[in-house]
Ligand binder design. Structure first.
Ligand code: NDP
Length: 453
């Protein structure tokens, strides 16, 4: 066994090199460091992995495609954006990961997401490599026609880099059902093929039941598994949720099914606190607001008595038993964690990718509360995307109950893998370490088997 000093020295050396090779990529450094801290002791104990420099190879993407997306807005102005596809690692299956449209998208963000995706996809037990892509395009305020023209233009380039056995993108922030449909329509036209090259498709053209709900439902199933291990349940727990997009909406829905009370939702302009709880009827109203009208969450407080809107704030000042950060990266910081813990927080399930800063995670660990890290807790989305690929390949559709049963099974397996690799032997489970190590070992062994490629 390597001693702690050696491990710390090797982590420091490794991260110095990562920073040097990837300057100005803070999100990518943050994601790599978290994983390396978990896996370094294991790597140091395996000569084969060290000699093959598996960790160095796993932190270098297989390839990055960068391209221009030109399109014309409704006033006839030509607009120019930049898009990326980071094909990170296909050791255990074709590349798979979402597309994000957001003004803050850059290479650092996409490399962090692509790297995380490799380990997350490995954890699902399905044969999927990891990738991520997107564009620095802000869909907010754009007309449906503008969104369509942008998606079509993006696919004119992206189509040559994807395929059902090569790389299968999906949605992410700013890319929902509407955008996936535009992208798929253009792919089909250009290639003259109807193939499962994107997931999150509409139900009438190859989509899977429960895909829309999968990330949110999966995040709740993961929390349920953690609680059950402690002999507890979600029944009667007060929960705070951030975001009001795809992940947040279906997190709230599943929490209601499980008998929990949800008191918050948010978007980038602020959060709403509803002391009476968001019930089924209010959730239906939020779905219409966000999935049909593309409106702002502040309208909720104008519509429902007893609800308050807090502009420019995140929901973490509200007392809750459980927190489900489901909006974006680094949205829950050290001070938020302190406040949540002071108010009696018992568990966190990361619906978004890397929503908690490293300082916040460290406080949660010190307090020994339940903490489900993103790559485990939000893997339900990509898992059902994998099931969508299987249905496309078989040219069949499974029922809602069949897909949901598989999703629950996958989330339970992920939970149990985290326990196996993250159990400290005294009843405490470090789910971060467990998820990182369980995801890593499978990919590392596959890379080793291929030789030096
Ligand atoms: P959506 O675009 O549907 O929703 C995103 C939500 O987060 C919106 O409410 C948005 O508010 C809010 N948000 C975005 N950026 C910020 C910001 N900088 N500050 C505060 N709020 C912000 O995305 P998803 O729900 O699909 O994704 C949410 C998270 O979950 C992301 O981290 C994504 O990577 C992750 N994820 C998603 C999966 C999926 O299946 N969809 C799968 C696995 C992970 P506004 O509308 O004002 O921008």
């Amino acid at each position: 066994m390597s001693n702690r000093q050696t491990v710390d020295r090797e982590i420091k050396k490794f991260m110095k090199d990562v920073r040097k090779r990837n300057p100005h990529e803070p999100e990518f450094h943050q994601a790599v460091e978290e994983v390396v801290e978990s896996v370094m002791p294991y790597v140091l104990d395996r000569d084969d992995l060290r000699q093959a420099r598996i960790l160095e190879r796993m932190t270098e993407p297989d390839r990055v495609v960068i391209f221009r997306v030109s399109w014309e807005d409704d006033d006839g102005n030509v607009r120019v954006h930049r898009a990326w596809r980071v094909q990170f690692n296909n050791a255990i299956g074709p590349y798979k990961g979402g597309l994000r449209f957001h003004p803050q998208v850059d290479l650092s963000v996409l490399k962090f997401l692509g790297f995380e995706q490799v380990l997350k996809n490995s954890l699902t037990g399905l044969p999927m490599g990891g990738a991520k892509g997107g564009a620095n395009f802000n869909p907010k305020g754009k007309s449906p026609h503008e969104i369509m023209r942008f998606c079509h233009s993006l696919m004119v380039e992206l189509h040559r880099h994807i395929g059902e056995d090569t790389d299968v993108p999906a949605g992410d922030i700013g890319v929902g059902h509407r955008e996936i449909s535009y992208l798929f329509g253009m792919y089909k036209r250009m290639e003259n093929r109807f193939a499962g090259i994107l997931t999150g498709k509409g139900l009438s053209f190859g989509g899977s039941l429960v895909r829309k709900e999968a990330t949110g439902y999966g995040s709740v199933y993961f929390m349920k598994n953690m609680l059950e291990k402690q002999g507890e349940s979600l029944q009667g727990k007060t929960c705070s949720v951030s975001g009001s997009g795809n992940v947040a909406i279906y997190t709230i829905e599943k929490l209601l099914h499980e008998g929990a009370t949800v008191v918050t939702a948010s978007d980038s302009s602020g959060f709403v606190y509803d002391k009476n709880g968001i019930d089924e009827e209010k959730l239906a109203w939020i779905k219409n607001l966000k999935e049909v009208r593309y409106g702002r969450i502040s309208e909720y407080a104008e519509h429902f008595d007893g609800a308050e809107f807090h502009e420019g704030k995140t929901p973490w000042s509200v007392p809750a038993d459980l927190a489900f950060p489901s909006a974006t990266q680094n949205e829950l910081e050290e001070e938020d964690a302190k406040m949540l813990l002071k108010n009696g927080l018992r568990g966190v399930s990361e619906g978004a990718n890397m929503p908690c800063t490293r300082a916040a995670v460290s406080l949660f660990h010190d307090a020994k509360i339940l903490f489900g890290p993103a790559k485990a807790a939000n893997a339900g989305g990509v898992a059902v995307s994998g099931l969508e690929q299987s249905q496309n390949a078989l040219r069949i559709s499974w029922s809602r109950a069949q897909v949901d049963r598989r999703l629950q099974g996958i989330m339970k397996d992920i939970h149990d893998s985290c326990v196996e690799y993250g159990n400290d032997g005294n009843g405490w489970v470090d789910y971060v370490k467990g998820a990182n190590l369980a995801g890593f070992v499978k990919v590392a062994n596959a890379m080793l088997a291929y030789g030096i490629v």
